[in-house]
Design a binder for this molecule. Structure first.
Ligand SMILES: NC(=O)C1=CN([C@@H]2O[C@H](COP(=O)(O)OP(=O)(O)OC[C@H]3O[C@@H](n4cnc5c(N)ncnc54)[C@H](OP(=O)(O)O)[C@@H]3O)[C@@H](O)[C@H]2O)C=CC1
Ligand SMILES: N[C@@H](CC(=O)OP(=O)(O)O)C(=O)O
Length: 357
């Protein structure tokens, strides 16, 4: 059995805590080190962290001493997962990569770097092939950076990938999001802003959905050193709503050539199978897209459906034809699982199976 020692950077934060719950009983990855800011370094994890997960803190991490995010403290790790605040992730993740450690990052800093894969694990794990070239350019044999997407983007690209595979190029997409408060980290948005309210603005989010979708649905270039962006035009509007976990997106799609029926769209989403499933990765969902038909007209819902397939599936419902676009539907992602920590873990599982980590 393949076995890797892993570190978690930003282990005390919202995404870091999710990493630890998902890694606690992982058969291939053993948590070997935890890192956070100077405020937390030197303390036992249970003292440094305001634990906010509904699952209890894993016993094995409670007494681990949090380290500063200095690569010298993590040399025994094969892989580090990063849930670092993006104000600091840029420099820290580069230092780890340069110290020849593989970094799987949730932060936005390197998502647009040409030779860095931006991977949603149930969509575009073929993009991991660029790691060979990235390592060659940096003269490293193990060190690399792989990013996973913005959490909302994950809810968009999974169904779009299934539709693009089945019906060819997608011309235009309109997305309206209703995003959970855990997306803003802890303590996040103040309760006075959030209770009895919807906040129709999330800084930088619309641009991320519009741009990241094109890289993720794009292709690896000819010599596997970079990526060609896909031509789909995406327009996003983002809102923060009083939900703890789970981003719900209303998505309208116009195809370049096809105009499939609602039942053909339903079938394409149900039948979608990704590489992580074919490789039988430990965390891969059995069903990458959970589809609700007309018998469940009010699904998916965050509270009822965010845990589908342990949070690694996207749930889609309300598929119907549209008078401006071709088809519209609602898509739900667990923002801290497939939208964040789970994506990093499943990306690593795929990369290990492909001999890239
Ligand atoms: N929440 C979500 O749904 C998603 C988040 N992301 C991204 O993941 C990252 C983490 O987000 P989130 O968990 O929500 O954020 P939090 O604010 O909850 O956590 C931030 C983490 O970064 C650490 N940190 C802060 N400053 C430093 C520093 N100077 N040096 C080292 N560590 C530091 C904190 O440690 P300490 O406790 O010691 O301050 C904490 O562990 C961000 O880049 C975010 O954009 C991506 C997708 C989804
Ligand atoms: N902006 C997202 C979470 C996030 O941190 O996104 P990113 O990793 O793209 O910065 C939200 O608020 O729901």
């Amino acid at each position: 059995m393949v076995f890797r020692k892993v570190g978690v950077l930003g282990a005390t934060g919202t995404v870091g805590q999710r990493f630890l719950t998902l890694l606690a009983d992982h058969p291939n990855f053993e948590i070997a080190a935890l890192g956070a800011s100077a405020r937390s370094a030197g303390k036992a994890y249970k003292e440094a962290t305001k634990w906010k997960q509904s699952a209890p803190m894993p016993k094995k991490v409670a007494d681990m001493i949090v380290k500063p995010c200095d690569a010298k403290e993590f040399t025994h790790c094969d892989i580090v997962f990063s849930g670092l605040d993006s104000d600091y992730a840029g420099e820290i993740e580069k230092n780890f990569r340069d110290a020849n450690i593989a970094v799987l990052s949730n932060a936005k800093n390197y998502r647009r770097t040409p030779n860095v894969p931006l991977v949603v694990p149930t969509v575009n794990t073929d993009h991991l092939d660029v790691l060979n070239s990235q390592r060659k350019e940096s003269n490293l044999d193990r060190g690399c950076i792989v990013t996973n997407s913005n959490c909302s983007t994950a809810a968009v690209v999974v169904p779009l990938k299934a539709l693009q595979d089945a019906f060819g190029p997608i011309d235009k997409v309109s997305v309206v999001s209703m995003q959970a408060i855990s997306g803003a980290g802890y303590p996040g948005v103040s309760s006075l802003d959030m209770l009895d309210n919807v906040v129709p603005y999330i800084s930088g989010e619309e641009d991320k959905i519009e741009w990241e979708t094109r890289k993720i649905l794009g292709s690896v270039n000819e010599n596997a050193s970079s990526f060609e962006l896909n031509n789909t035009v995406v327009s996003a509007q983002c809102n923060r709503v009083p939900v703890i976990d789970g981003h719900l997106m209303c998505i309208s799609v116009k195809f370049a050539k096809a105009n499939p029926s609602v039942s053909e769209v339903h079938k394409a989403l149900v039948n979608y199978v990704c590489e992580a499933q074919k490789l039988e990765c430990h965390s891969a969902p059995k069903q990458a897209i959970v589809v609700f038909d007309e018998s469940c007209p009010d699904r998916p819902q965050p509270r009822l459906d965010r845990e589908n397939q342990n949070g690694y599936a996207v749930s889609v419902g309300r598929i119907r034809s549209d008078s401006i676009f071709d088809v519209k539907f609602v898509s739900l992602v667990h923002n801290t699982v497939l939208g964040a920590a789970g994506a990093g873990i499943l990306n690593a599982e795929v990369a290990v199976k492909k001999g890239l980590l």
